[in-house]
Design a protein around this ligand. Structure first.
Ligand code: CTP
Length: 406
């Protein structure tokens, strides 16, 4: 659970998006957090404290005059316990209040009284599109950011008022991902990570082709972990139906040649390339423009193959890799003799780090085990979820990149 041990004060200001805060409260708790809800008077018009008390398993606070606290200082006590204060929804009015340091109710009082260096303030705005676009709101938002508030974005789409545009609150699952990411160490801040992932599909004709069993899950987990670690991430993905990790730029490709073009053009900005894709080694030498039909003779079509370019080896030989500006990491999916194959493959592809795994036991699964092979030998990262492995791998790569540029 990604929020184990974290104590979050979830603040609700007034807005119809309060209904989503109930789901968010539950999602935070399911990830291991403890949640203390604080509501403004306006928020309580949209959702009752009873609902949030039941979901958080704690009584909800709403007033600075709450006599439950022996010292009658709920704003101090609640903010001192928190690992973060998350305001969701943050109304336009509440943002304006925060900006001016006003403190005329418990929630704003608590935000102002929080120890600014140790208790981060995250806000998830929610409002009508005109209110969001208004220069006053945009100005407030810019100043809140400058004051150190961590601004979670807004969604775009249909709004409760019937209008369509920017300003709706992000969905609870999106906010959850952003809160989890917020707590990850920013070991790749300032870096641009390029990840290739998934299988490729090599067309035989318009309806058939050759592909493989790669699910793309490991590559997508690495893209997410790199984004959480503060990097700008571009994910070049073969045909898989996985959701794009939050904040990651995704480029969909089909064939190995498409993947090669996309990776080469994106590599100019990248400082790290992680090649997790299971690129088809060969493609049919000609793809038929029309579906190949049976002609009744019983004869089968004769397919010829040509070798695909090696994307990893190409980028590992590029001038930027040679000068240490692009750190290349390869993957090896093997069926046996992992250490020997991975060691040989690292040398053949000329990469500083190669990550081996046993393909058939990991394809499509949610967990895996990794063998990290470098010039000095090998180290195993034992079986774990792909996301946990991805975070450990990203931390390892960050150390190597830092050593290289030191
Ligand atoms: N790779 C690549 N382009 C290719 C083939 C592989 O970028 N055309 C990358 C993969 O993304 C992976 C690494 O090279 O990071 C190793 O891929 P793998 O398929 O295991 O190795 P191959 O080079 O195909 O070697 P072999 O078929 O002998 O196992």
């Amino acid at each position: 659970m990604d929020l184990n041990g974290k104590h979050i004060v979830l603040g609700l200001s007034g807005g119809i998006a309060c209904y989503k805060a109930a789901e968010l409260c539950r999602a935070l708790i399911k990830e291991g957090a403890t949640v203390q809800v604080v509501m403004t008077e306006a928020a309580a018009q949209f959702i009752t404290p009873v609902t949030l008390q039941a979901l958080s398993n704690r009584t909800v606070y709403g007033s600075q005059w709450d006599a439950r606290e022996p010292n009658n200082m709920a704003h101090i006590n609640l903010s001192r316990e928190a690992d973060a204060i998350l305001i969701a929804p943050a109304s336009a009015d509440f943002m304006a209040k925060l900006l001016h340091g006003r403190a005329d109710d418990l929630l704003s009082l608590m935000c102002l009284a929080r120890p600014i260096d140790t208790v981060p303030l995250l806000i998830a705005p929610a409002m009508n599109r005109e209110m969001w676009a208004h220069p006053a709101t945009q100005r407030n938002m810019a100043q809140l950011k400058a004051d150190g508030t961590h601004l979670l974005g807004v969604g775009n789409g249909e709004q409760a008022c019937g209008e369509t545009g920017d300003g709706r609150m992000l969905e609870p699952q999106e906010l959850l991902q952003d809160v989890i990411a917020f707590f990850q160490p920013k070991v790749l801040a300032g870096h641009h990570v390029l990840v290739s992932a998934g299988p490729t599909f090599e067309a035989i004709d318009p309806v058939r082709g050759i592909t493989n069993l790669s699910s793309g899950k490991m590559g997508f987990a690495i893209a997410r972990a790199a984004q959480e670690a503060g990097a700008a991430v571009t994910l070049v993905a073969g045909p898989v139906a996985l959701a794009t990790p939050r904040g990651v730029k995704r480029i969909n490709v089909v064939s190995a040649l498409d993947m090669m073009d996309a990776c080469v053009s994106q590599a100019d900005q990248a400082t790290v390339f992680i090649a997790t894709a299971a690129v088809a080694d060969w493609r049919p030498d000609t793809a038929a423009h029309e579906k190949i039909k049976k002609d009744g003779s019983g004869l089968v079509p004769q397919l010829g193959f040509v070798e695909n370019p090696d994307i990893l080896a190409t980028l590992a030989q590029s001038p930027r890799a040679a000068t240490g500006d692009l750190f290349c990491v390869g993957f090896a999916a093997e069926s046996h003799d992992l250490l020997a194959h991975a060691t040989a493959k690292r040398a053949r592809k000329n990469v500083p780090l190669l990550v081996g795994n046993i393909g058939p036991s990991t394809f499509g699964q949610d967990d895996n085990a990794l063998l990290l092979v470098d010039a000095n030998g090998a180290r195993e990262i034992p079986r774990n979820s792909k996301l946990a492995l991805a975070r450990l791998l990203v931390a390892d790569i960050a150390k190597r990149v830092a050593r290289q540029s030191a």
